[in-house]
Design a protein around this ligand. Structure first.
Ligand code: GLU
Length: 445
């Protein structure tokens, strides 16, 4: 069977981490299986859908490193929905209903009051043609429900949740079309999944009860339902996906200097039994992607952990991966020197300023003589090899200092900072002339 997956966002807002994760899983699985990954824009709700969100969704997926093999838009497919709807109508699997929302609410209250499940009572099925003509004559337009088959339980073997079983008698026949003719999500999604040849539907577990109804819609349209994988939702550090995290879009990740690969590494593995590890390409993520590794408990998305993973990711990145984001003049050697100290690629610029200077160094009085000796040593050592070890070796011998009292005043004088990249890597970048000037400035105050 050839694998075809899809990501089906509604363009009514930006995609947040939960959606990005779903998109990523669909992509990883399709790529792992040599299948196809499609983008479907669920824009049947034309009042709430906006073109700028369609543009943003594409850009956000690209930012994460996802590509897709085709794109369809539901708003261009109303003809197909109409056709399939007519089939369901002809076979009696959709039927017109005329209740107002108030009437339905009243029925629910009565049922709940009697301790009964609030399931739609199918009263509309008892209307005669004459009743319908009368209602429509009074200007009441029908909405349409899909008639569930009550005869057999709805079952599927969910790739994440395992065997699922629903009793259709305990479910309301879902409304699939509104009185104004507009479509609700359920039916067009099934029609598209059939038409697009979707083999696996991977989405959040908030869709499980939709799936129960949709399984019968596939069957009613003469198709075999696809495989389903419903993933547990993400929660924030505080227990549930906070409003803020839910509203966090790719702009936030860009602004915080989060690497797409760090976010992908996190989202690929969060909530699974596989370790969350930094990666330099998507390959290890797609090679080990496995629905069987997904847990059923909600996964906690912790931004502090992501920041750590981001730093680890940056530490693995090659110069070629970052070159265009570095300040002019910063070469591969400089990148490698500062990389282990970075939390974000953008911070490389700070260290480049340290290399280029000027630096603002404070010198303790008791270090002045030592730094004068450092100036002398710096004049005589060989700058072509390993100047840091040459310099500290010479000073150790001439001053007897070692450890922190040897290294720290030099680091302060040369970089203006207490901490930073390995001086052995940094000093050759600073070079003889700038180093001498900084040591002299520190020695003489
Ligand atoms: N547009 C639906 C949503 O965003 C798609 C769900 C699905 O994957 O079928 O929830």
């Amino acid at each position: 069977m050839s694998v075809v997956t899809r990501f089906a966002p509604s363009p009514t807002g930006r995609v947040h981490v939960g959606n990005l994760r779903t998109a990523l899983h669909n992509w990883l699985f399709a790529r792992q299986q040599g299948g196809r990954f499609l983008l479907r824009i669920d824009d049947t709700d034309q009042a709430r859908s906006e073109e700028r969100f369609v543009t943003a969704i594409r850009a956000d997926l690209q930012w994460l490193g996802l590509d897709w093999d085709g794109e369809v838009r539901q708003s261009e497919r109303f003809g197909l929905y109409e056709e399939q709807f007519a089939k369901l109508r002809a076979t009696g699997r959709v039927y017109p209903c005329y209740e107002t929302p108030q009437e339905l609410e009243l029925k629910r209250k009565v049922q709940l009051g009697r301790g009964l499940p609030p399931v739609y009572d199918r009263a509309a099925l008892n209307l005669t043609d004459a009743d319908r003509v009368k209602l429509e004559g009074e200007g009441v337009q029908p909405h349409w429900r899909f008639k569930l088959d009550h005869d057999a339980p709805i079952v599927w073997d969910d790739l994440i949740r395992g065997p699922q079983r629903f009793d259709p008698k305990l479910m309301s026949d879902p409304v699939v079309r509104r009185a104004d003719g507009s479509w609700l999500y359920l039916l067009p999604s099934v029609i598209d999944d059939i038409d697009m040849g979707i083999s696996h539907v991977v989405r959040g577990e908030d869709h499980v009860s939709n799936t129960a109804a949709q399984v019968q819609m596939f069957q009613a349209l003469g198709a075999l339902p696809p495989a389903f994988a419903h993933e547990a939702l993400l929660t924030g550090s505080a227990g549930k996906l906070s409003k803020r995290l839910g509203a966090t879009d790719v702009d936030h990740w860009r602004e915080t200097g989060t690497e797409p690969l760090a976010l992908a590494a996190k989202l690929a593995r969060i909530g699974t039994s596989l370790p969350v590890e930094p990666v330099t390409t998507m390959t290890p993520l797609l090679e080990r992607f496995d629905f069987a590794s997904f847990g059923r408990a909600p996964a906690r998305f912790d931004e502090a952990e992501l920041a750590k993973l981001n730093a680890q990711t940056v530490h693995l990145m090659n110069y070629d991966q970052v070159a265009e984001r570095l300040p002019a003049g910063m070469d591969a050697r400089a990148w490698e020197a500062v990389r282990p100290n970075l939390e974000r690629v953008a911070d490389a610029a700070d260290w480049w300023h340290v290399v280029e200077g000027p630096v603002d160094a404070e010198t303790a009085e008791e270090d002045r003589d030592f730094l004068r000796a450092a100036v002398d040593a710096a004049r005589t050592i060989d700058w072509g090899g390993d100047p840091w070890h040459a310099l500290t070796g010479a000073l150790k011998e001439s001053t007897g200092r070692k450890g922190k009292p040897l290294f720290l005043p030099l680091r302060r004088a040369l970089t203006g900072r207490e901490h930073g990249p390995d001086m052995a890597a940094l000093l050759p970048l600073i070079g003889r002339d700038r180093a001498l000037a900084r040591l002299e400035a520190a020695a003489h105050g």
